[in-house]
Ligand binder design. Structure first.
Ligand SMILES: [Zn+2]
Length: 449
């Protein structure tokens, strides 16, 4: 625990003006009185309840008054208490920079930029992010140490890709590389590692595990913004994918792969991959396979709307983007039809403006789901996905639920989000208390002792 003054300074440095910031001391207690609970699973709020948080977990939930001497009391006045939101597909280090900065910026600057974004992320009510690639280990440590204010980060470390695959950002003049030669720029900053044999995949996977990855990310197929790989390309061979899976499983965790197409999805599953990231171009057979094998689908609501990444009209990247958009409705329909374990994530890249609409991305799921279903997805379901990290879980405990014994990541909401999902689009106004790990980072209600 850092001294209060230091934390307040850190917050100020990040440019966030918050009224009434209260930091509970370790082991201290907070009592939420008269709240109606959305527990992360139910389709309705609880009756009026009281919730006692002690240390970093929820100690007691009761309809009867709870006496807790010395606790910070928050008068809920019938507001909703819900779990902190979880974004299952995030890139902590690549939200704020533009594409050129993501490659070329001074690494110190990149970390400061990501630090400011991490604070903003937490202040949007996203208390946990599953990071699917980028050099986020340092920032995660700084957040966990209390040096920087931000969400819990489940880091993958570097994205592992093949030569020319999604994540190979080299220019043509950097090819050919010298076999056995040095690292390219993205490799130097541990953003993306290129691996072209099972042995290379094993080395790069084990390096990320050594650095603290909670899961491993490979790109099994082409991507929208890839400079080189067509969307239809399947990149790693099954043997290469299996090398990563073995290394990850030997370390007690799993591999998730970026994959849009049926071929890349099916190959990844054959190799033992546990999470398909995206999957927008899946067909009936792949959906069936995902369901049968109990594989997770980490899907994003990519639509051709005002939030679509601006890509030049007529460019190959725009064509690929339109292909993905065309698949989004089908992918969600198949996920529902086959009852696939589906996680919610945003995959926001290179746009601070879009990041501010992180909650609005979740609200978009009303196109396919009822509100209780989508709230469940971004809380308890995503929390279940995080448990796949097993013994490499950096934050052991239950996340995404309001239950006795769970980790205390909580939002106090002005209103009932089940009745009005739009509330989550304006966290600044509507999330009046934000708590992570039992500590209050925002409190517009009360600082009474
Ligand atoms: Zn991504």
């Amino acid at each position: 625990m850092q001294p209060r003054l230091f934390r307040t300074m850190a917050c100020g440095l990040a440019g966030i003006a918050l009224s009434s910031i209260v930091f509970a001391q370790d082991g201290a207690a907070t009592l939420f009185q008269n709240v109606r609970i959305y527990d992360g699973k139910s389709s309705a709020l609880s009756a009026a309840s009281n919730v006692l948080v002690r240390g970093n977990h929820i100690e007691r939930i009761s309809a009867q008054p709870i006496v807790a001497d010395g606790a910070t009391v928050i008068a809920g006045n019938g507001r909703t208490l819900m779990p902190g939101l979880i974004d299952a597909h995030w890139h902590t280090m690549m939200v704020r920079p533009n594409p050129l900065q993501a490659i070329a910026a001074d690494i110190g600057y990149s970390n400061l930029l990501a630090s400011a974004e991490a604070t903003a992320t937490l202040m949007r009510g996203f208390t946990t992010v599953r990071d699917l690639g980028g050099p986020a280990f340092g920032l995660k440590q700084a957040i966990d140490d209390g040096l920087v204010i931000g969400p819990r980060i489940y880091p993958s470390g570097a994205i592992i890709s093949i030569t020319g695959g999604h994540g190979d950002f080299r220019q043509s003049f950097e090819v050919p590389r010298v076999i056995g030669g040095g690292l390219n720029r993205m490799e130097q900053i541990n953003g993306t590692m290129i691996a072209d044999t099972p042995d290379e995949v094993r080395i790069r996977t084990r390096e990320q595990l050594m650095l603290g990855a909670s899961q491993i990310k490979l790109t099994a197929g082409g991507g929208v913004a890839s400079p080189h790989s067509p969307l239809d390309a399947s990149t790693f061979t099954e043997t290469e994918l299996r090398a990563a899976v073995e290394a990850a499983e030997n370390w007690g965790t799993y591999v998730g792969t970026h994959a849009y197409t049926p071929v890349s999805i099916q190959r990844a599953i054959k190799a033992g991959v546990k999470v398909i990231e995206h999957g927008h171009l899946m067909d009936e057979a792949s959906a069936k396979l995902i369901a049968e094998k109990g594989i997770w689908l980490s899907l994003q609501p990519f639509l051709d709307d005002k939030d679509a990444a601006p890509l030049p009209a007529g460019s190959v990247n725009r064509e690929r983007q339109m292909q993905v958009f065309a698949g989004t409705d089908t992918a969600y329909a198949l996920a529902k039809k086959y009852k696939i374990k589906t996680a919610f994530g945003t995959d926001i890249l290179f746009s601070q403006a879009l990041a501010q609409r992180q909650g609005a991305q979740l609200a978009k799921l009303t196109r396919w789901y009822k509100v209780p279903e989508l709230l469940k997805m971004a809380t308890s379901t995503n929390g279940e996905l995080l448990l796949l990290s097993g013994l490499r879980n950096p934050y052991p405990g239950r996340l995404g639920v309001v239950e006795e014994g769970a980790l205390a990541d909580l939002l106090l909401v002005n209103g009932n989000p089940i009745e009005n999902i739009k509330l989550i689009e304006d966290p600044q106004t509507n999330f009046v208390v934000i708590m992570k790990d039992g500590k209050i980072y925002k409190n517009l209600v009360s600082a009474d002792k």
